[in-house]
Design a protein around this ligand. Structure first.
Ligand SMILES: [Zn+2]
Length: 187
């Protein structure tokens, strides 16, 4: 089964809210984050507020999303042989620890505590990540080894050996650069 599970689709999309190549970030501001979460059906408008008014996200909660994303991206980089930054991993772990999940009697993961609307998607992301780690599917989720790209992708190869989001673009870019540097070094 090489199709990504829903949990992988969610984590991949979250990791790709930042686009290294375009130097853009969809969730750089609380407003942008709110819109992104609402667009994915993870965040509902408050009470009787009109649906087109984004849910406000406090600065500290916004920071938690950014920390979680940074840590997940480091993990995904680790899957292509990059060395994850321990500080970024620790910060993301802290966010996960603040949103503990438990297994229900029927085997589903669910948040351990009641959470305000703006924190519920953090729990959803924590659950998706736990599922991926538990099933081992997390290893298929990777960050492109070409650092000017950094795109998160789902590795469909049988032996999970892919390192680039696209062999055509990033793989070749990487190869031609190593070739050029070998030329320069005269090897
Ligand atoms: Zn790439």
């Amino acid at each position: 089964m090489l199709e990504p599970p829903a949990s992988a689709v969610l984590v991949e999309a979250f990791a790709n809210t930042v686009d290294v190549e375009e130097a853009s970030d969809e969730i750089a501001t609380p407003g942008g984050l709110s819109q992104w979460l609402t667009g994915r059906g993870l965040l509902d408008a408050h009470g009787d507020a009109p649906v087109d008014v984004p849910v406000g996200i406090p600065a500290d909660v916004h920071a938690s999303y950014l920390a979680l994303r940074a840590g997940i991206r480091e993990e995904l980089g680790g899957h292509v042989g990059d060395t994850p930054d321990p500080d970024l991993l620790a910060a993301a772990d802290q966010v996960l620890a603040q949103h503990p999940v438990r297994v229900t009697a029927r085997g589903f993961l669910t948040p351990m505590t009641e959470l305000p609307a703006e924190r519920r998607p953090l729990a959803a992301l924590a659950i998706a990540w736990s599922e991926l780690v538990t099933t081992g599917d997390a290893a298929r989720l990777k960050r492109c080894a070409e650092h000017t790209c950094g795109w998160a992708f789902w590795d469909v190869s049988k032996n999970r050996s892919r390192r680039w989001c696209s062999m055509k673009v990033c793989g070749n870019r990487n190869k031609s650069r190593s070739y050029a540097s070998r030329q320069r070094q005269g090897t």
